[in-house]
Design a protein. Structure first.
Lengths: 596, 423
């Protein structure tokens, strides 16, 4: 499949001339296998259509294939709706209508007998695209006469138009094609009989300028129009470049996202979500699906295992016709972060990564994830993705209570624009590719890469299991605990930091009590137990113990857990354990016992 | 001996949270909703840059650099995959088979950047003796070989595999066999009807129409039709110079068709055989005679419009990016260079617009076949080994990328290219 790139270079100097706005380019390149580096000559620029400039915004793409036409419809990143056709041309989605009304007169026959109203239309021969009709000529009454067309436009504002077509409406019938000529012809005389006229053409216009789009029920849907932000405009069926007047609308709020899911089309604002079903103007119905929950945006909605993951104002939902709430365990965190970084969330992208079998949403910032990781002072705050692991999610889909237990986060310092899944034609091999804001493409999921291709965050990881509170509500909760020994079950062959905090059950953000930097020069440890790291923690006391493992520039071991992977950067953690005993009583009065 | 962690002192308790053991299940996700000590033991308070693998938590995979800087070091790149359904390929036919034989039989090959290798040999008709022609009908390639007409039904090949190697010597459904000694010269679809031009080898030519079910005589009593084109949605027919004419068929599907004969006022018009020698440009029909003369018919008069300088062979015309291009073998100054001539308006020609021999391949001698393909200009170029050259988008004067049939695996046999068509 051709790979398409949109690159936005923001022009920072708002002086005069070309330094204003965004320098946007579009590129295409042929497929390559996973891991294959692009040659410098691979990306071929697709010039933007005349009169179109870029907008520094994420493009919204929808693909539609029909017979020999394969087309990709884009919105949001340009000052016009965009189309990439099967020839790899970047075009405006619609051709303009001729602004010149044809001058048609009756001239000597033999010819036809009819009352003719004549129209003009631009035509793109390469892509078989037609523009809207011009205004009609005055009625020409023919009595066995020919039609003499004059005042024909010789150019089109859109250079993709190659031809001009003349259409004739005889005696009130629909306009039908009478002739087609390459642009440049100024006059034509013809006598095409009624029965010999070609196809008829409906009255249509090009789709209104939109910010987002989606294909559902063989129509292109577009929303985000500046004049009518509450409307989702629908193209003609199977004619996605024609707009014939159909739209759905909210109760007045601007539409921020939309997507199709089997028989349902969902669209919504940041306040409500609506559901539509049906095919034509005659049977399309609209209902309020969620009167009190809104969509975060458009680009985060993505299919995963046939279901939709939908970021909403209260967190992720899984939609398979029913709504399954995924955020039971992180609801407050999501709501807090969404409020703090609202614009980033609305622009963020969600996509399913079939290689890792995860859904990823981002990049956004997170107030609790940074260099310190402890939530205080994040001078270097990385870009974060929310990650939903589909491996654990899908089998449990019927049990909504289990759906939330699979969400983690990724973090990376490099600013990134968007990701895509590339497939090699003739193969099911997928490749997840991310475009950076440094003008480069990178492939994700490289098991041998330790630092995200030199990213300054160095793939820092944090593992903080549930805080250990040995006796909640019991004596240990009142009396302190002395933590005598802690160990981790981990394969680790390079330095690793393990932090410990002890105190009350809310110890996770307490001051650090102890840090153990594990040298672990070889697999195993001084205790000679394979894959076990022992921490001497005999000074720790407190009712609860919080452990946080931090490392950087590690790689995962082999996919086969039974294979003993070598390599200095490998890390895998499968649990922890420890020994504890009675400690000093926290409250005044009783004295706790010493360690054992 | 080192002390094991399991060893206990008095009043010592032990906890162990090892996934998959001690009633602990798989590791699960993050829970920040409950107090840190109240969440289930399978869950985490924080998991960053990690993935689950069985009962383990492992670092996620990293990133590999795939490209140099595209556009600009501060440009934000948004990638996407354009899923195309029906392939749109550039087809070539020629004598012999590249890498196999320079002249035995005929080959049908196709180029598409969406396949690997991009330029693939599809079929080698080793038994073909005199003629081959190709055209699309209903979006499907149809091939005429000598007296037979067939629909190609290619096998689907995986990435990295060549069509010829998997499909063998033929991948087609025979549709028609013409009798009476007629063999097919040229085929073209116009207005939903497939027109087949043929002759009997004794000077008797005819054109038949094929609508997918029935063959009908569309025009008989003519010299051997050797070239087809489309002008104003009408079929145009070219002949050898001896007949000094072209035919234009009026629009309409029914056979027999109504043909107009057009002859030049001065000189004798000949049309080079195939589908690359008659093209429509600026509402006129342009014809190459195969040597150096470009003829033009504007609906009123057929006349020689331009003689390409220093040219001994011009077999292909193509319209791309608003200009007319002509393939060329040069004669003087730089003899036997494969070149392109170009005119933006049909009047002003640049006869040395592009030189493949100078830039791409010193062994290139001539251009055989020219086509607009996927917003590029494609040229079939004869050299030590046959290649198609593809322009970098609209930069038709710049450096082209060359593709060998079969990729690097094809042998040294050059074979030939007759013309290129997009199907």
């Amino acid at each position: 499949m051709p790979r398409i790139l949109v690159s936005h270079k923001e022009l920072v100097s708002f002086g005069s001339g070309d330094t204003i706005g965004v320098n946007t380019k579009m590129w295409k390149f042929r497929p390559r296998g996973p891991g294959e580096f692009l040659d410098a000559n691979d990306p071929v620029e697709m010039p933007l259509p005349a009169g179109t400039t870029g907008i520094n915004r994420r493009p919204s793409w929808s693909t539609y294939n029909l017979l020999s036409r394969s087309r990709m419809y884009g919105s949001g990143a340009w000052t016009a709706n965009m189309l990439i056709d099967e020839n790899g041309r970047a075009l405006r989605q619609g051709l303009p209508a001729p602004t010149i009304v044809p001058t048609v007169t009756a001239v000597a026959g033999p010819g036809v007998t009819a009352a003719s109203v004549c129209f003009l239309q631009y035509w793109d021969e390469i892509g078989g695209r037609e523009g809207p009709l011009s205004a009609g000529s005055v009625t020409v009454n023919l009595a066995n006469q020919q039609r003499a067309w004059a005042n024909l436009p010789t150019t089109c504002p859109d250079p993709s138009a190659t031809h001009l077509r003349g259409l004739v409406s005889n005696d009130g019938a629909l306009p039908r094609v009478a002739w087609k000529r390459e642009l440049g012809v100024t006059a034509i005389t013809e006598k095409i009989a009624n029965g010999a006229l070609g196809e008829f053409v409906d009255d249509f216009t090009e789709m209104p300028l939109c910010q987002i789009n989606a294909v559902w029920h063989d129509r292109l849907w577009g929303a985000g129009n500046e004049q009518f932000p509450e409307r989702a405009f629908a193209s003609a069926i199977q004619d996605l470049e024609h707009y014939e007047g159909l739209f759905l609308q909210t109760d007045g709020e601007p539409i921020v996202g939309m997507f199709g899911s089997n028989e349902n089309f969902l669209f919504g604002s940041s306040r409500r979500i609506y559901r539509a079903s049906g095919f034509t103007e005659e049977d399309i119905t609209r209902d309020v699906e969620k009167p009190d929950i809104g969509l975060v945006g458009h680009h985060g909605n993505a299919h995963m295992h046939g279901m939709l993951v939908i970021p909403t104002t209260v967190g992720f939902y899984l939609y398979d016709g029913s709504w399954h709430y995924l955020m039971k365990d992180r609801a407050s965190e999501w709501e807090r972060e969404y409020k703090l970084h609202r614009e980033e969330y609305q622009a963020a992208q969600g996509f399913f990564d079939p290689v890792e079998n995860v859904y990823k949403f981002g990049p956004v910032h997170h107030s609790d994830i940074g260099d310190g990781v402890d939530g205080v002072g994040n001078p270097a705050s990385p870009y974060v993705h929310w990650v939903i692991d589909a491996k654990r999610l899908v089998p449990d889909v019927a049990v909504s209570s289990q759906l939330s237990a699979v969400i983690v986060n990724d973090a990376r310092m490099r600013s990134e624009a968007g990701s895509a899944v590339f497939y090699v034609p003739g193969s099911s091999q997928a490749q997840v590719v991310t475009g950076g804001c440094d003008g480069k493409l990178r492939e994700e999921n490289d098991p041998l890469d330790a630092d995200d291709d030199g990213d300054s965050y160095r793939k820092k990881f944090t593992i903080e299991p549930a805080t250990e509170l040995p006796d909640p509500g019991g004596a240990f909760a009142v009396d302190a605990v002395t933590w005598k020994r802690i160990w981790n079950f981990a394969r680790c062959a390079q330095p690793l930091t393990v932090e410990f905090r002890s105190g009350t059950e809310y110890v996770t953000k307490s001051p650090l009590k102890m840090t153990d930097v594990v040298p672990a020069p070889t697999l195993g440890n001084a205790e000679e137990i394979p894959d076990l790291i022992d921490h001497p923690v005999e000074t720790l006391t407190g009712a609860a113990l919080c452990m946080r493992i931090k490392g950087e520039a590690f790689i995962p071991p082999s996919d086969d857990p039974e294979v003993e992977s070598g390599g200095a950067a490998i890390f895998a953690w499968s649990g922890w354990g420890g020994l504890y005993g009675p400690g000093l009583r926290i409250s005044a009065g009783n004295q706790g016992g010493g360690g054992g | 001996m080192a002390k094991l962690p399991q060893q206990r002192g008095p009043l010592t308790e032990r906890f162990e949270r090892r996934f998959g053991i001690n009633e602990l299940g798989y590791p699960e996700g993050v829970n920040t909703e409950l107090p840190p000590a109240a969440i289930r033991r399978e869950q985490f308070r924080r998991l960053i840059n990690c993935r689950f693998r069985g009962t383990s938590v492992v670092p996620r995979g990293g990133q590999t650099l795939l490209s140099g800087t595209i556009h600009d070091p501060i440009a934000c790149i948004y990638p996407d995959d354009f899923v195309m359904s029906t392939p749109k390929r550039l087809w070539s036919i020629g004598d012999g088979c590249p890498g196999e034989s320079a002249g035995a039989g005929f080959n049908v090959s196709h180029f598409d950047p969406e396949q690997e290798p991009p330029y693939q040999r599809a079929v080698w008709y080793q038994g073909g003796t005199s003629k081959i022609a190709i055209a699309g009908y209903g979006g499907i390639p149809h091939v005429a070989l000598d007296a037979t007409f067939r629909r190609l039904s290619l096998v689907r090949v995986p990435w990295g595999t060549e069509n010829l190697g998997l499909g063998g010597s033929d991948q087609s459904l025979p549709l028609l066999t013409f009798t009476g000694g007629f063999t097919v010269n040229v085929v073209l679809e116009v207005g939903g009807i497939c027109y087949i031009g043929m002759d009997d080898g004794a000077g008797n030519g005819k054109i038949v129409s094929w609508d997918g079910k029935t063959v009908r005589d569309d025009k008989t009593g003519i010299p051997a039709p050797i070239a087809f084109g489309i002008w104003r949605d009408q079929l145009t027919v070219g002949f050898a110079a001896a007949s000094n004419q072209i035919l234009i068929r009026a629009e309409g599907p029914s056979s027999p068709g109504t043909y107009s004969t057009v002859a030049p006022g001065v000189g004798a018009v000949g049309t080079y055989p195939g589908l690359n020698s008659m093209v429509s440009f600026k509402d006129a029909l342009w014809i190459t005679d195969g040597v150096n003369t470009i003829w033009k018919y504007d609906g009123a008069a057929l006349a020689s419009s331009h003689v390409i300088a220093n040219c001994s062979e011009c077999r292909g015309l193509a319209v791309a990016f608003g200009a007319l291009f002509a393939g060329k073998r040069s004669t003087a100054t730089v003899p036997n260079h494969a070149m392109l001539a170009r005119t933006p308006d049909g009047a002003a020609w640049n006869d040395t617009y592009k030189d493949f021999t100078l830039v791409e391949d010193a062994a290139a001698t001539t251009v055989r076949g020219l086509a607009y393909y996927k917003d590029c200009l494609a040229a079939g170029v004869l050299a030590g080994r046959t290649r198609v050259y593809i322009s970098k988008g609209q930069d038709t004067a710049g450096t082209y990328t060359g593709y060998l049939p079969g990729g690097a695996n094809s042998g040294p046999s050059p074979a030939d290219i007759r013309y290129l068509v997009v199907i």
